[in-house]
Design a binder for this molecule. Structure first.
Ligand code: SF4
Ligand code: SF4
Length: 365
């Protein structure tokens, strides 16, 4: 299975304070339809090489809806033409702020095969929003208008809530607000990654993030039937209590075998985060197949998991659900991939102090 993050544009109509794409100071660019054809041709080539293979195609940006409904009509036609036999094995999703979604997008997106959106929401003022002053009231109004259009048309949506210093004041109040936006709504609480020193006051430490999760975990556990799709809790619960292995990229220790980011010029990198940092470059979609790019990632990361298991993570009971975390964290601190992530502290503290006592499981972490 390959997960492609296709950055069809670097433009965005919003100005979220924590957005790595905005702070990466990219030139505004859209992916041409000619290059998009190349992407679909590569997908067809990849899928034809194995009948068990699937592709998750994540439309990403910037804000993908800025390209307009005609772009997605053209994409649908390209897919129909170049992936006529393989398109049932392509699953589409889109990372969008939803503020531009209108009825004109629905038919082409559905015909393309898109069934759900991932978005970003938070109630704080002037963190996400339009313009220099980040008009978050107008942003949230437009987001919920778009979400209602998605729901009306039978399309799902979930969101990421970015945990910042402001989130620490009243975790339960905040959680209730997020969880009650819509019954059964899935959402994920991720720590802010501050890349612009001017926003340093939003940053949280690994210990603060662990304590934030710890303040919420007993509450979530008591009401799990209502809040089942809240991450990272559900993932911890499934993996540790039920022994199921559903690991996201950061925990899997194998992102390099599956993930690939394609920028608007066709540049290939491990993921959006690595592309924005200018690392893990695996060539161009123009002269590199998906298999070749994934192999370059595998080669660059080969041995990392073994080195960590026998070294920095030796004896840690959480290894099978963590694998040392994201290799980019290692690279940013050490200029190589052979170290564990600094978010190790969050994992150990949350598990030891909050999760394991609450669920009654013993584990050496
Ligand atoms: S490098 Fe890190 S963020 Fe990127 S896909 Fe791998 S684990 Fe995920
Ligand atoms: S919690 Fe820390 S020591 Fe344990 S596997 Fe993860 S990174 Fe390694």
């Amino acid at each position: 299975m390959a997960t492609l993050i296709v950055k069809c544009t670097t433009r965005c109509n919003s100005n979220c304070i924590y957005c790595e794409a905005i702070h990466a100071k990219h030139v505004c660019k859209d992916m041409s339809l000619q290059l998009l054809e190349m992407v679909f041709a590569r997908i067809d080539e990849y899928l034809r090489a194995g009948s068990e293979r699937t592709v998750t195609f994540t439309w990403h940006g910037g804000e993908p809806l800025l390209l307009g409904a005609d772009y997605y009509r053209a994409a649908r036609d390209v897919q129909d033409r170049l992936c006529a036999d393989t398109k049932p094995r392509i699953r589409h999703c889109m990372q969008s702020n939803l503020t531009l979604l209108n009825e004109q997008f629905i038919a082409p997106l559905k015909q393309l095969g898109l069934t759900s959106f991932g978005s970003s929401y938070g109630p704080e003022l002037h963190v996400r929003g339009f313009g220099a002053n980040r008009d978050s009231i107008a942003y949230n109004r437009a987001l919920f208008r778009g979400a209602a259009i998605a729901e009306r048309n039978g399309m799902g949506w979930g969101f990421i809530y970015v945990v910042t210093k402001q989130s620490l004041a009243d975790p339960i109040g905040l959680f209730n607000l997020l969880a009650n936006l819509r019954p059964g709504q899935s959402f994920s609480m991720n720590p802010v990654i501050v890349t612009d020193e001017r926003n340093r006051d939003l940053a949280i430490t690994p210990a603060e993030y662990a304590d934030f999760l710890g303040a919420l975990f007993p509450y979530w556990l008591r009401h799990r039937d209502r809040f089942s799709e809240v991450q990272p809790f559900e993932s911890y619960y499934q993996n540790i209590v039920h022994g199921k292995r559903h690991l996201g990229c950061v925990d899997s220790g194998q992102c390099h075998g599956h993930h690939l980011n394609i920028d608007p010029d066709g540049g290939l990198s491990q993921c959006g985060r690595s592309e924005e940092r200018g690392i893990m470059n695996w060539g161009s979609i123009i002269d590199t197949s998906i298999d070749e790019a994934l192999a370059r990632g595998r080669e660059a990361m080969s041995g990392r998991v073994d080195v960590l298991r026998d070294g920095e993570c030796r004896g840690c009971g959480a290894f099978s659900i963590c694998h040392g975390g994201c290799p980019i964290d290692s690279f940013l601190s050490w200029s190589d991939y052979a170290h564990k992530s600094h978010w190790c502290e969050t994992r150990k503290r949350f598990l030891k102090q909050y999760f394991l006592p609450a669920v009654g499981v013993e584990m050496a972490v």
